[in-house]
Design a protein around this ligand. Structure first.
Ligand code: SF4
Length: 727
């Protein structure tokens, strides 16, 4: 196999590695014979080779239904599946640009083995056999020298996760990193403690009053919820949007409250104070279904709107009026838990306060419902043995430091910090699937330090992203339009992700990679399927649904199981726990209590983060279509703040935090509080193999300081303070 220096490859060389080109995209891509043959057999295409193939989007984690439009055996367009509850016939900009990700000229289409220094971007191409043999040999060597716990595994949330878990738990490692602690740990742990479920479902069909605390729904991933919100606004619902930044959601809201960062908790405690003091709560629901109302009433006696006004910067009269309006809406009110509330060091009690607010107005069964969660349901699975017993502590501190964090969620930033510290033990290898911790974890320098401590880094991805750039072996995964994935039910429906085009180059599905690697590691019993189709057939076996039916329609109805009582909660008391005995036992505040969070010094700003609708975290910036739709990402700053620093629009500024410095162009805008700046995440890529995204914008991961909430394990991404000056 030839040597490949990815950093030196010209665009022409990269194109030669794959079967597809950008010009092929412009005219539509022929679907390759095996996929076309299967599509014809499944009656998806007519005699002219035209029709639709149903599958599922993976440009983000929301999994909208897609119908790939095929004309004379060419895929010409991706459309939303009208029968899918997430897409409802529509795809967002990212979903519509999916073909461009599949045909990205920077796709990695053969396994790569590092030949230069780690981080130099020098690789040679390798065969699958050579790459997998090398990975298996080195993983087994690490296991025999240091024990299975010396291998760390991390992955994004995706449909092939059960097989990834077989790989890591079958291998015998407890060390499992996900992205969740960088996103919504505070929300899910607060809900688990209050309602006994990670995230109750929200229903907008009857909602009359909505409070969105930093939940920028119109630029969020969950687009079906966005459309439910817009429908409810059209139907007359009032929306109060609380965020230091004027986002696109603020533009749709009835009222925008530019709250002081980190004081959402004070606002919600004052809401509870008014609702209880003015007896606006649902006494019948509270009496019958909740625990700890008296303790909450007593602890919120002093959290009046006047008290909260001094902290939040929102007038007491406004807080009181909103509380009264929310209380009057009663069961038709909804306080959204949000994600951005997970960005401050007090996000956990804030999330608890929001959960309590919902409970006391009795909206359960009207705007909030139990969620079914994600599980196999009535689907089958291939047989497999029990996992070996694992006695080593997890490096991310779950549960020994963070007893309330679910094992499947973890505390990723703590895992990275333990690697750097070498305690409680030193890991030696890291298998990273579809993940980019260089961009996602706070304090990028520390992540690079962790990489340098590894004897082995293996990554699996469709591009050489910033983390793959530091990898020893890069395994090329098939894109979502080129592969099958395991099935996961949605309610009583199951939807399929199936190939729309043949995998390019030598890219392979995760189902194939994990089985091949698992077999080399002596774990074949955990991967008892012949191929992807056999895996799905084993899943469908108990349902009696033929795969061809699922392929043809894209979805099928599952046999229903009997519904459970919606007024049962998996908490110790079986009730909604406003007061938590679990927290009390663990010596944490059993009800949310205000303590002053850290504040920026004079001359410093809160560094805020938040999504834009054109991109999914760190994974879509190299998509050439989305790149065109994205304005140059700049640092937002209020005019008064810019003036005080002698700065103007488009000035290049230097932004400095306690852990790093970046340079970026300035955007002077009225859409910010004067004490905050905002940087769009996902830019400032390190990998020169991302030739569209490389050199664009700056990364907030360079600036973020690691602050971990001791209860939920969530990273407080907006707790970093920065100084700004002209570069
Ligand atoms: S929200 Fe957009 S990117 Fe995400 S799955 Fe749906 S269409 Fe795809």
């Amino acid at each position: 196999m030839p040597k490949t220096d990815v950093s030196q490859l010209s665009r022409r060389s990269f194109l030669k590695l794959g079967a597809a080109t950008a010009s092929a995209l412009a005219v539509g891509q022929f679907i390759a014979p095996p996929v076309a043959r299967a599509a014809r057999q499944a009656h998806l295409l007519d005699s002219n080779g035209s029709g639709y193939i149903s599958t599922m989007c993976e440009m983000c984690v929301w999994r909208c239904g897609v119908r790939a439009k095929v004309v004379e055996e060419k895929v010409v367009k991706l459309e939303g599946n009208p029968d899918h509850p997430h897409s409802k016939g529509k795809l967002c900009a990212r979903g519509q640009s999916g073909l461009m990700t599949t045909y990205d000229p920077d796709r990695v289409l053969t396994p790569l083995i590092r030949v230069g220094k780690r981080g130099e971007g020098k690789f040679r191409q390798a065969s699958w056999d050579e790459a997998l043999d090398l990975v298996a040999e080195q993983m087994l060597s690490i296991k025999s020298k240091y024990g299975p716990e010396a291998m760390v595994f991390s992955s994004t949330h995706n449909l092939s996760q059960p097989l990834f878990e077989n790989l890591l738990y079958g291998f015998g490692s407890p060390n499992y990193g996900t992205q969740r602690s960088l996103c919504f740990n505070a929300m899910i742990v607060a809900n688990s403690i209050t309602y006994g479920m990670e995230e109750p479902a929200r229903d907008y069909s009857q909602v009359k009053y909505i409070i969105l605390t930093g939940r920028n729904l119109t630029e969020a991933i969950s687009t079906s919820e966005t459309s439910d919100l817009i429908d409810s606004i059209s139907g007359g619902a009032k929306v109060v949007y609380i965020d230091p930044r004027f986002t696109k959601t603020a533009s749709k809201a009835t009222e925008w409250l530019p709250i002081r960062p980190g004081t959402d908790l004070a606002f919600h405690l004052a809401m509870i104070n008014v609702i209880i003091a003015e007896k606006l709560y649902d006494a019948a629901f509270v009496d019958k279904y909740t625990l700890g109302f008296d303790q909450v009433a007593s602890l919120t006696m002093s959290t009046t709107p006047e008290w909260a006004a001094t902290l939040t910067g929102i007038e007491a009269g406004t807080i009181r009026r909103i509380a009264e309006e929310f209380g009057a809406a009663g069961k038709y009110a909804l306080a959204h838990n949000g994600w951005r509330t997970s960005n401050f060091i007090n996000s956990f009690p804030t999330e608890r306060a929001i959960s309590i607010l919902n409970a006391v107005v009795g909206n359960w069964g009207t705007t909030m419902f139990p969620s079914s969660g994600e599980g196999a349901g009535v689907l089958g699975s291939p047989p497999q043995p029990a996992y070996p017993r694992i006695s080593a502590q997890r490096l991310d501190g779950v549960p020994w430091m963070y007893p309330f964090v679910p094992l499947k969620i973890g505390v990723f930033q703590q895992l990275r910090d333990s690697i750097v510290a070498g305690t409680p033990y030193e890991p030696h290898g890291w298998f990273i699937s579809r993940q980019n911790p260089v961009q996602s974890l706070p304090d990028r320098q520390k992540t690079l330090e962790a990489f340098q401590k590894m004897d082995l880094i293996v990554t699996m991805d469709i591009l050489v992203n910033d983390t793959d750039w530091f990898s020893d072996v890069v395994l090329p995964e098939a894109s979502y339009l080129e592969r099958y994935d395991p099935l996961v039910p949605m309610g009583n429906q199951v939807y399929i992700r199936q190939p729309v085009i043949e995998p390019q180059g030598e890219a392979k599905s995760a189902l194939w990679v994990y089985k091949e690697l698992g077999t080399r590691l002596g774990l074949a019993d955990f991967f008892q399927y012949k191929d992807e189709v056999d895996y799905i057939n084993q899943q469908l076996a108990p349902t009696g649904i033929p795969l061809e039916t699922l392929r043809l329609h894209g979805n099928a109805t599952l046999p229903t199981s009997t519904g459970s009582d919606i007024y049962e909660w998996s908490t110790p008391s079986g009730k909604v726990e406003l007061f938590s005995s679990l927290l009390e036992k663990a010596k944490f505040d059993p009800v949310p209590i205000w303590t002053d969070p850290p504040q920026p010094k004079a001359g410093e700003f809160y560094l805020l983060t938040g999504k834009v609708g054109q991109h999914t975290q760190f994974g879509t910036q190299n998509n050439q279509l989305l790149h065109k739709y994205q304005d140059v990402p700049r640092l937002w700053m209020a005019p008064e703040a810019a003036k005080s620093l002698g700065l103007s629009d488009w000035d290049t500024v230097q932004v400095t935090s306690p852990v790093g410095t970046v340079q970026v162009a300035l955007q002077v805008t009225d859409a910010m509080r004067t004490d905050c700046v905002y940087l769009t995440p996902g830019f400032g890529h390190l990998s020169m193999a991302l030739r569209t995204a490389y050199g664009v914008g700056a990364s907030d991961s360079v600036l973020h300081v690691t602050y971990t909430d001791p209860i939920s394990g969530g990273q407080a991404l907006s707790q970093t303070f920065v100084s700004v000056k002209k570069a």
